[in-house]
Design a protein around this ligand. Structure first.
Ligand code: NIG
Ligand code: FE
Length: 414
């Protein structure tokens, strides 16, 4: 099929002529949309859009959507969906009083996932990750970033990145791969962490970059994990091999992660549950995007990042899921919107912008995803008509999406 025309769209959300910069301030509050609209798709691309009251173009196929609303797919710029096993035992340990950090310090957490992953074949990892990717496509995600970081050996990190590459090659959504060898110090190196850092910098980074297995380099810069100095050292090695930084910072404490990320020109610093004015001011003077992951705070009972304050200070905030087996076993972006509104006091429009166009910038896919713009990918989803856009974050937990179109083709939700 060459062209597809959607007609009688009740509201076409996030319509923009151009998307040149991540949105902040008053721009973050505005979510342009078109009532009673049409959308013309040519193959996998948005060809044009307009109002039903103007001239409606012809197309090979016409789909009258009868007042349904059309949204651009979510851009989830921070996930860890390749893993071997879920960790509900640790969830129960937390219910009984242990903290996430205590569990990690006792060899659970990331190290637990790493043990399981080493014993799991690439094919089995691929199969389970496929299931998760299909799950989140069903929640409306059209562009996603996926990290390694549960391998923590050369072979297992490469195995994870190969799985991500296979997902990228198989699915019509955008997949960006991030090398997160510095997710934790593996048990075998607990008394000689310098050697593990050397392995990351001298062997893992050159190999994964050389093989084209990663787009970005990440470090878990936080209390009990990697120091800001170690983080900068690793990110510099990444830069030398063309891997741009995108890091975990300030989840567990104010530990210098934002400073390390900004000093290394990171694309984004992610988490930011623990922040002071110093870090906010530093981000204001940089191009590094602050990415907030409210589902993690929900699941771990951590304080929420100060999304309202950061937005009021003019920062171009990004929202992502952090889908992973330990701190966030959910990739549902509509729930991220609900939490961002309820717990961070973002307005629905701000939350949508942060989870679409700003998320696209955090993966450098802003020319293809994140808005209804001519020339971008036709990766969208449809809902029944609503009275107000706020219904999406309001109706938390509900499944409002009934049809998904990826690259111009209807996605069959299994
Ligand atoms: O982003 N914080 C570091 N990494 C993941 C969680 C890892 C895990 O517990 O498996 C996160 O929350
Ligand atoms: Fe994470």
């Amino acid at each position: 099929m060459a062209t597809l025309l959607l007609t009688n769209i009740g509201k076409l959300i996030q319509t923009r002529q151009t998307t040149e910069n991540p949105l902040s301030g008053e721009d973050l509050k505005s979510l342009p949309s078109l009532d009673n609209a049409w959308l013309l798709i040519d193959q996998d691309t948005i060809e044009d859009f307009g109002s039903m009251s103007t001239e409606v173009p012809r197309a090979d196929e016409v789909l009258d959507v009868n007042g349904d609303w059309v949204f651009p797919g979510f851009c989830d710029s921070h996930t860890h969906i390749v893993f071997a096993e879920s960790r509900e035992k640790e969830f129960v340990m937390r219910l009984q009083g242990k903290s996430y950090e205590e569990i990690a310090a006792e060899g659970g957490g990331i190290l637990n996932s790493a043990r399981k992953l080493r014993e799991t074949s690439e094919d089995d990892l691929y199969m389970s990750a496929m299931g998760r990717l299909e799950e989140v496509i069903g929640y409306g995600t059209a562009a996603i970033e996926i990290k390694s970081g549960y391998g923590l050996t050369f072979d297992s990190e490469v195995k994870m990145l190969r799985v991500i590459k296979r997902l990228k090659d198989t699915y019509p959504v955008s997949v960006k791969a991030t090398f997160l060898g510095a997710h934790a110090i593996p048990t075998a190196y607990k008394d000689n962490r310098q050697d593990y850092i050397k392995l990351i910098c001298d062997e893992m980074i050159p190999y994964v970059a050389g093989e084209g297995l990663a787009d970005y380099c990440d470090v878990f810069c936080d209390r009990g994990f990697f120091t800001p100095q170690e983080t900068e050292f690793i990110l510099e090695a990444g830069w030398k091999h063309g891997l741009k930084p995108k890091i975990h910072a300030n989840e567990l404490g104010i530990t210098g992660g934002v400073q390390a990320g900004v000093a290394q020109n990171a694309i984004s610093v992610d988490h930011l549950e623990a922040m002071s004015q110093v870090e906010i001011d530093l981000l204001k003077g940089s191009k590094t995007l602050p990415t907030l992951l409210p589902s993690t705070s929900f699941f771990l009972g951590l304080p929420y990042a100060q999304g309202r304050k950061m937005a009021d200070e003019g920062l171009p905030i990004v929202l992502a899921s952090d889908y992973n087996p330990g701190s966030t076993p959910s990739g549902k972006m509509s729930f991220v919107l609900s939490l961002a509104c309820l717990k961070m006091k973002l307005l629905p429009e701000e939350a949508f912008n942060a989870a679409t166009i700003n998320g696209a910038f955090a993966m450098e896919v802003e020319n293809e995803y994140g808005s209804i713009t001519k020339g971008k990918r036709a990766s969208i989803y449809l809902t029944k008509p609503m009275n107000d856009l706020a219904f999406v974050p309001y109706a938390f937990g509900s499944d409002l999406i009934h049809t998904i179109i990826i690259d111009g083709e209807v996605w069959d939700r299994k």
